[in-house]
Write a protein that binds this ligand. Structure first.
Ligand code: SF4
Length: 355
């Protein structure tokens, strides 16, 4: 899907914003799409590296069917090569280097129902890397009244988003930092702002539920300027009720020399988010911290209490605060997306980062 054939048996992939032009026999940046004699093949279709039943809070999604279980699938490969990757064993390898389990779309849906999960998430690595598989699964999942979730670095193209848009309910997107230099250093990506356009499009064109994650890495993206930039962008483009998770970095992969994020730094990020006007800012990877809980932005009462992945709903009436009736942008049973009618969406993301 989403590729074109060019002269001399070249192919042009439009699944993500790299928009790779691939020579015969070669792979794209993600190393999971290969040009074989002028035809682009997806190597990892239906091959899972990781399959698990998770709490939805693990994604993290705090305002989307809280307390539900989600059938979670990941494959191999990524279009980013982040120096702090938490899942580098599956993201930064070639096809064939890991044992994989074949999970057809029909089996994924059957397993979701069998394990009494409320929906399916494509997670652990970038979902767009097996876009066609997620598309087939998501279509089938919606036929069975399951919710569907992308946990994504946000680098898919607008046309990929539009292709899967009507079948995808939640978009848990990273905004990893807010400067060209940072994205270049962390993920080796220069033109990253298309991530913002596509996230806004997911909300405004497709009415997806959106939550944003920023993993705060000491000395890399913990400065006030970037954190303020992210918070202000979320407020202005996704809305002040969009949850923002600021999570604790732990030394990983090629960043073993940087210590874990001090909790005080995360609290600073929390305060920056609140000062910018965001109603829901959460601290991640700090179990037991008060910043894991959901308080009503209107009356201040606690409505969801969390300890790690233990979730207790203590003050909700549907998506509203039980005490004062404020709308808390929490999607629960009965929620339906509104994807009818014309909506203002940002321009398409910039084209052609790579050949
Ligand atoms: S990196 Fe992106 S554009 Fe390149 S082949 Fe992979 S999915 Fe396609």
């Amino acid at each position: 899907m989403l590729y074109e054939k060019l002269q001399n048996s070249l192919v042009h992939c439009h699944v993500c914003q790299w928009r790779c032009i691939i020579r015969p026999g070669k792979l794209g940046v993600c190393r999971m799409r290969q040009n074989k004699d002028g035809v682009l093949y997806v190597l990892n279709y239906g091959f899972a590296s990781s399959v698990a039943v998770d709490p939805i809070e693990k994604k993290p999604l705090f305002h989307f069917y809280p307390g539900s279980r989600v059938y979670s699938l990941g494959t191999l490969g990524c279009n980013f090569h982040c120096v702090d990757c938490q899942n580098w064993q599956i993201a930064c390898v070639d096809f064939g280097q890991r044992e994989l389990e074949q999970v057809s779309a029909a089996r994924a849906v059957a397993q979701t129902r069998q394990h009494k999960c409320r929906g399916i998430a494509w997670t652990y690595n970038e979902p767009a890397i097996w876009f066609e598989y997620t598309y087939d699964c998501a279509r089938l999942a919606k036929e069975h009244n399951l919710y569907t979730v992308y946990v994504t670095n946000g680098y898919m193209t607008p046309e990929a988003l539009d292709t899967i848009g009507s079948h995808l309910d939640a978009y848990r997107v990273d905004i990893k930092g807010f400067s060209d230099a940072f994205y270049r250093k962390l993920a080796k990506v220069s033109k990253w702002r298309g991530i913002l356009d596509v996230a806004e499009r997911a909300l405004k064109k497709w009415d997806m539920h959106i939550e944003v994650v920023t993993n705060v890495v000491p000395t890399m993206n913990d400065d006030d300027e970037q954190l303020t930039g992210i918070a202000a962008w979320i407020r202005d483009h996704l809305g002040e009720v969009t949850p923002w998770h600021v999570t604790r970095f732990y030394p990983n992969y090629q960043l073993m020399n940087i210590p874990p994020t001090p909790v005080a730094t995360l609290e600073k990020a929390y305060n920056i988010g609140k000062k910018a006007g965001l109603k829901f800012v959460y601290l991640g990877n700090v179990p037991g911290h008060d910043g894991e809980n959901t308080d009503c932005h209107s009356c201040g009462r606690q409505v969801i209490k969390r300890l790690g992945y233990q979730t207790d709903i203590v003050g909700l009436e549907g998506s509203r605060c039980r005490y004062c009736g404020a709308d808390l942008n929490i999607k629960t049973e009965g929620w339906k997306r509104n994807i009818s009618g014309p909506r203002e969406v940002p321009e398409a993301a910039p084209k052609g980062n790579h050949e």
